[in-house]
Design a protein around this ligand. Structure first.
Ligand code: FEO
Length: 169
């Protein structure tokens, strides 16, 4: 059985992963509406990954005899100033998620819940990969400068940058 505070923090993470999924979906629709179909595809794939993350938490809570609660999700932003700001937001969000995963790791150690500590390690690794993947995209965006031609090429090629985080599928 899970201790109540472990069950609580895992349920809170369901909300965060589900919100992440909706956030990337919303970003994807913005990209599509702004002539960036490749970026939209990348964000939709990312949204799917986040949904898988949410399902992993739901599955684990159930497996350990807890009750996974499906929460309401707040509405993600609709508008983004530009593609550069959008990816800055993605990175900031992933850093926030990394902190929340670290908080779970910390609590499992405090509570000597070594089963959950072992289980959550997958997410520790996943967050390293996700942050690296997004940082790589931001580096490429900065390198190419702000011309429309460059953005066209970036949009065409962005899906080829996904191999790095395929473990999240
Ligand atoms: Fe599920 Fe991108 O963290």
């Amino acid at each position: 059985m899970l201790k109540p505070n472990i069950e609580k923090i895992l349920n809170e993470q369901i909300e965060k992963e589900g919100y992440s999924s909706n956030l990337y979906l919303a970003m994807g629709t913005w990209a599509e509406a702004n002539g960036l179909p490749g970026v939209a595809q990348w964000l939709y794939a990312q949204s799917e990954e986040e949904r898988m993350h949410m399902l992993k938490f739901i599955g684990y809570i159930a497996e350990r005899g807890g009750h996974a609660i499906i929460p309401a999700f707040k509405k993600p932003p609709v508008e983004y100033a530009d593609i550069y700001k959008l990816f800055d937001e993605v990175l900031k969000h992933e850093q926030y998620i990394t902190e929340s995963i670290n908080d779970i790791v910390g609590l499992t150690l405090d509570e000597k819940d070594f089963s959950t500590n072992n289980w959550i390690q997958w997410f520790v690794t996943e967050q390293i990969e996700e942050e690296a993947s997004v940082s790589g995209i931001i580096d490429k965006l900065n390198l190419m400068g702000k011309g429309n031609n460059n953005l066209y090429m970036f949009d065409r090629d962005i899906m080829s940058l996904r191999s790095i985080d395929s473990s999240g599928q």
